[in-house]
Write a new protein. Structure first.
Length: 166
């Protein structure tokens, strides 16, 4: 008796076997796609400072600055390397109005949030930047000034390398 005849004689068992093979294949593909884990991938940390960039510490990149850290106001610190020397290149914070909009939980029932325009506006124009030691914060909406601040250079004029904590 050949394979074809055996499959025809046992059609119910054949159907179950083929279904099991298909389920195993789909399960294997899902495992390959999602990596076999339910944990999300690790999120890179960000740096923050409470003393205008003199020192810095790692923190959650989702944390909106400014925020209170050990009784002091913390802002985001972008740390750079120039030939082995690390320093804070510039600082970032959000205005109180932008911070309020961006901190408000988004509530949506299947569509875009009702305050989507405010969220975009707060993210675009509510961010402020400055270099350590500068007295004034500059709006990121001022493209020329913002570009000058975020273009961090080493003493020899080459671009500095941004560092991120692991």
């Amino acid at each position: 008796m050949g394979l074809r005849q055996a499959l025809n004689d046992n059609s119910q068992a054949s159907t179950i076997a083929v279904g099991a093979v298909v389920l195993l294949a789909v399960g294997f593909m899902a495992y390959q796609i999602w990596g076999g884990t339910t944990k999300p991938p690790p999120v890179a940390a960000a740096y923050f400072t409470v003393d205008d960039g003199a020192t810095y510490f790692p923190g959650d990149p989702g944390q909106l600055a400014p925020f209170q850290h050990e009784g002091k106001e913390a802002v985001r610190a972008y740390v750079f390397d120039c030939g082995g020397k690390r320093s804070v290149g510039y600082l970032e914070r959000y205005t109180p109005a932008a911070h309020k909009v961006l901190s408000t939980p988004v509530q949506s029932k299947g569509g875009p949030p009702g305050n989507l325009g405010q969220i975009i506006e707060a993210g675009r124009n509510g961010r402020e930047l400055k270099r350590p030691g500068d007295a004034k914060w500059v709006s990121s909406a001022d493209a020329a000034q913002a570009k000058r601040i975020i273009d961090v250079r080493c003493p020899d004029g080459r671009p500095a390398t941004e560092l991120r904590p692991n």
